[in-house]
Design a protein around this ligand. Structure first.
Ligand code: HGY
Ligand code: MN
Ligand code: MN
Ligand code: MN
Length: 417
């Protein structure tokens, strides 16, 4: 590789790190990174990313659901594309790499091709999905589902914590909720969907490797639980006469943890959100709502576990004479990465001088939706301590640079199936 190119290559890492910092400054709150779907911060982030796409020689637009989309034509205009994607929304109090690393790295790869005036036998599209995390409305992958043509219109009626419906949030963002179908693409238009993402786990660090090839994306089931008991005076109601919704929820949450801890095959269960009302120190909680996130290496294993957890929660609510509302709000099946794409990632990793190590993804990704219209390939980049969904999330410059070099190599040497 010529020196000029090598110099450009070392600047991959620097450019990526500086853009990660620039994008992470666009947040709902000072000092923390929170950028949820259809927020004004997401709009500002979209404008910045669209400007980077145009600077890299792409045509760029915001699609009907808020994804940022860039296209770099191939030798012949209008050719099918290799789509490179990830998401640009974040969880609350997030790390700055989860999602944006994939979008920024993909743009850097296209910018490098454009700088060299290189056109490929296919187009390259870069997409930043607007809602992978599902923080604001109960469902995840809203952006990639719209692109895959599998967006569920009923989600438009779900409301966020302030009671704002997705429908109204789209209108406030400047989008038409009845026009989401315009974001849908077809299998014919895509040769493959490729995503670079931080590992969000400790395996690559333990292997002392900067990158790894993803074998499959674990599915997930999300449930919303609401327990209703009897609010009352904290001082006068004897313990034996109480129908305390919060202690009932506590027993359910303990049962979920015990059941998952006892499982030896990778089952994980998380209660990430709980809300008790009326929420006064001297009032017995009358109503409690909480979320459940269940994952396992296979769909069968996860579904069996969910059924058992539901049975246990129903038994606890019955014994405590609490009313129970328990709904599955969202389900993503496990998505296998295509072998022919894993091979191309492995060859690129080896060409960059690293061992091609394979690992599954316990975290969900947009490939779970995109698999409906394209084969999916994913590459992981090492993150310090495997920490993610936390401000301490961190990727070393050299690893960001290695990820970019591998992704560029895969794209430049891409062989359609
Ligand atoms: O929740 C997940 O697994 C992903 O980070 N959205
Ligand atoms: Mn995430
Ligand atoms: Mn992510
Ligand atoms: Mn560092």
């Amino acid at each position: 590789m010529d020196a000029g190119n090598a110099a450009q290559r070392t600047s991959f890492g620097e450019q990526i790190v500086s853009r990660i910092d620039e994008l992470s400054a666009i947040s709902e709150g000072a000092g923390k990174l929170t950028r949820v779907y259809l927020s004004k911060e997401l709009r500002k982030a979209a404008d910045l990313i669209l400007s980077w796409m145009r600077e890299a020689g792409m045509s760029a637009h915001l699609d009907a659901i808020g994804n940022v989309c860039g296209r770099y034509e191939g030798e012949q205009p209008g050719a099918p594309c290799v789509m490179l994607g990830s998401h640009y929304d974040t969880v609350r109090d997030a790390g700055k790499w989860d999602g944006p690393l994939g979008v920024i790295t993909a743009i850097a790869c296209v910018a490098d091709l454009n700088r060299r005036g290189k056109r490929l036998p296919f187009a390259i599209e870069v997409v930043g999905f607007a809602d992978e995390e599902g923080v604001r409305f109960a469902s995840t992958l809203l952006g990639s589902r719209a692109v895959a043509g599998t967006f569920d219109e009923s989600v438009l009626n779900t409301r966020d914590r302030d009671g704002v419906s997705m429908r109204d949030a789209l209108i406030a963002f400047g989008l038409d909720p009845d026009h989401i179908g315009a974001a849908a693409r077809t299998r014919r238009e895509l040769l493959a969907y490729l995503e670079l993402h931080i590992e969000q786990g400790p395996v690559l660090e333990a292997q002392n490797l900067p990158v790894g090839v993803v074998t499959a994306i674990a599915g997930a089931t999300r449930l919303a639980a609401r327990l209703t008991g009897m609010a009352g005076h904290a001082g006068t109601v004897p313990m034996a006469l109480r129908h305390d919704a919060l202690t009932g929820a506590a027993e359910c949450i303990g049962a979920i943890e015990a059941f998952c801890r006892a499982d030896a095959n990778g089952l994980v269960g998380t209660v990430g959100y709980i809300h008790a009302t009326p929420g006064a120190t001297n009032v017995i909680p009358g109503e409690v709502s909480f979320t459940i996130d269940m994952r396992a290496p296979t769909d069968m294993h996860r579904k069996r576990a969910v059924a058992e957890i539901v049975r246990q929660i129903e038994a606890i609510a019955g014994r405590r004479q609490l009313m129970l509302q328990l709904d599955v709000t969202h389900e993503n099946r496990t998505a296998p990465c295509a072998t022919w794409l894993k091979d191309q990632f492995a060859q690129a990793i080896a060409a960059e001088g690293f061992a091609a190590f394979e690992l599954p993804s316990g975290a969900g990704h947009d490939g779970m939706a995109m698999i409906d219209i394209a084969d999916v390939g994913m590459i992981f980049v090492r993150c310090r301590g495997g920490v993610s969904h936390h401000p301490d999330e961190h990727v070393e410059l050299a690893d960001a640079d290695a990820g970019a070099r591998v992704l560029l190599r895969v794209v430049e040497n891409f062989r359609p199936r």
